[in-house]
Every structure is written in structure tokens, then in C-alpha cells.
Write a protein that binds this ligand. Structure first.
Ligand SMILES: [Zn+2]
Ligand SMILES: [Zn+2]
Length: 297
């Protein structure tokens, strides 16, 4: 888990984040994702500076193991001086050694965040779900942690004041906010009251705006006027078989001389591509996440 450097903002990893959400649904199935409807509760991972360091770390680790449903996994948490924030050894188990940076000895309230990320590595390892390359894999880990209900801790560990800044994980604060918002929209959960960090709250609000935009892209009926107008123009070109690059648009038309025109677009929930016939109002259901999509094609 990365530790240092200036805090990056915006959505530089958005494509990988979306691919990670799709991969989670594919690997876990809709039913398993639904079993994570309740997030880790703040009280269950609370850790104050008067708690015993080792007993407290073990208790929080056990709580996360329980949340991820890794019943036979045992985490042995240690502390040492290191460049990174934390590290875990991905062995066969059932014992896993988690190392936390020495600074957590005096920043105990963020131990839950660090453990949430590290223990997710075990979860994904057991699922045999990984992305190629360290950076992609860490983005998958942060996204999975957040989508499955423990990543609000990572976002809450993001704090900035005039003197210092701290952020854990590879996603930007806004990207954590985005994944958390997508989770909130699916499960009808409101994590905003759990934040102790004002910056985390702001990043969540921004991420929510971005997540809402996913639901307002044509051909979805919730799309705005400008998007719909552009969509109608692109469709006209596609119907006339005029080759037109729909640059920057989330949808694509697949003209077919033998059959009806079809449009493909990403599911606003899981980002798997959906394909429907172009024939006015269409109600589609995403086969992967089961979201019902009202479209005007
Ligand atoms: Zn990691
Ligand atoms: Zn979907």
C-alpha cells in the first residue's frame, strides 16, 4: 500500500476502476455482491490511542476478516519501519502476516483503513482475481475494498490541512468517493455520516456527482437534452450508413445491412456493455448486475 507523495486529484484511474467493478460482478456474481449490502460499522473498527496496540489491531483485523467472510483466515499484525504504509504476505494461509508502518503506532485510528486494503488482497487472492501489473492490481484492490463495504475507511483516512496531508491507497479521494457513491446507489446506504474527515466528505460529494453522470448518458432516458440531441444526430448517421466516429460518446452503433441497427453502451451500475435494438423506448436489464435500464434508443 502506497504512502507518500503529493495527493493526486481527479479521475486518472477511472477506466481501471470501472473495469474493476465489472470484474467483481463477473467473478462474484450478483448474488454474492448483494451479500455485502451492509458496510463495516464505524463502531466495529474504532481504535483509540488508549487501546492496546496489538490486541486492538488483532481485533480490527478479525472484524474485517468476518466482514469479508474469510472464516479460516488468521491475521498476524506487526509493526515495523518501512517505506510503504502496509504490506501483506500472500501465502497459502490460513495465517497471513500483515506489516504496518511504525507510524500507525501513534495513528491508531487509521489502522482499520490499512487493514481493510491489506485483507482485501487476501480475499482477491483466494478468488484468483487479479489485474496485470502492480498499479492495476492495487486499483482493483482499492475498488473492491470500497465496493464491498470497507473502503469508506480508506477515504476517511484522507486528511489535509495547512501543515500536512495524508492519504492511503492508490485511488484519488474523488475516485474513492465515486466508487463509494456507486455502492451507495446500489445498496441505498448513506456513508456520509461516518466521515470524521471534512475532505473525505467533500470527495464523496464530488464522487457522487460523477456517479450520477453515469446514469444520465444516452440512450438512457435520464440523459440530458444536449446528450440526447447529439445521440439523435449520431443515430441518423448510423442509419444512413455514413461512417461517423462517435468520439467521446459512451455509446456506439453497430450498423448491419441484414438486421436492425443496434446500440451498445455501458451499464451505469457495473459498466458491462449492453446491446439493444434501436427502436425507440426499450427497457433492458443488465444480465450481470440486474439493473433495469430505461432507454430511448
Ligand atoms: Zn495493496
Ligand atoms: Zn450492469
Amino acid at each position: 500500500m502506497a504512502n507518500d507523495g503529493p495527493v493526486e486529484h481527479g479521475y486518472p484511474h477511472l477506466e481501471t476502476v470501472r473495469a474493476a467493478i465489472t470484474a467483481l460482478y463477473r467473478r462474484l456474481s450478483y448474488d454474492t455482491v448483494r451479500t455485502f449490502a451492509t458496510s463495516v460499522a464505524p463502531a466495529d473498527v474504532a481504535f483509540s490511542d488508549v487501546d492496546d496496540l496489538y490486541l486492538g489491531a488483532q481485533r480490527v483485523a478479525r472484524e474485517l476478516v468476518r466482514h469479508y467472510r474469510l472464516p479460516d483466515a488468521r491475521m498476524i499484525v506487526g509493526f515495523r519501519e518501512m517505506r510503504h504504509a502496509a504490506n501483506i504476505e500472500l501465502a497459502a494461509g490460513p495465517e497471513y502476516f500483515v506489516e504496518l508502518n511504525d507510524r500507525f503506532r501513534t495513528h491508531r485510528r487509521d489502522i482499520g483503513a490499512a487493514l481493510a486494503h491489506e485483507i482485501m488482497h487476501v480475499y482477491l487472492h483466494r478468488l484468483d482475481l487479479s489485474f496485470t501489473g502492480t498499479r492495476e492490481n492495487e486499483i482493483l484492490t482499492d475498488t473492491a475494498t470500497t465496493y464491498l463495504g470497507a473502503g469508506w475507511l480508506l477515504l476517511d483516512a484522507y486528511r489535509e490541512d495547512a501543515a500536512s496531508s495524508q492519504k492511503l491507497g492508490y485511488l484519488t479521494p474523488e475516485e474513492f468517493g465515486y466508487v463509494l457513491a456507486k455502492r451507495s446507489l446500489v445498496f441505498g446506504e448513506d456513508p456520509s455520516t461516518w466521515f470524521t474527515s471534512a475532505q473525505a466528505y467533500t470527495a464523496y460529494a464530488m464522487g457522487m456527482r460523477r456517479a450520477r453522470q453515469d446514469e444520465q448518458q444516452p440512450p438512457l432516458t435520464a440523459a440530458g437534452w444536449a446528450g440526447r440531441r447529439r445521440y439523435a444526430r449520431d443515430r441518423r448517421h448510423a442509419q444512413d450508413q455514413v461512417p461517423v466516429a462517435v468520439a467521446g460518446a459512451p455509446y456506439a452503433f453497430t450498423p448491419d445491412v441484414r438486421g436492425p441497427l443496434r446500440v451498445t453502451f455501458p451499464c451505469p451500475t457495473c459498466h458491462q456493455r449492453i446491446r439493444v435494438e434501436v427502436r425507440g423506448r426499450v427497457r433492458a436489464r443488465c444480465a450481470l448486475c440486474r439493473t433495469v435500464l430505461e432507454c430511448d434508443t
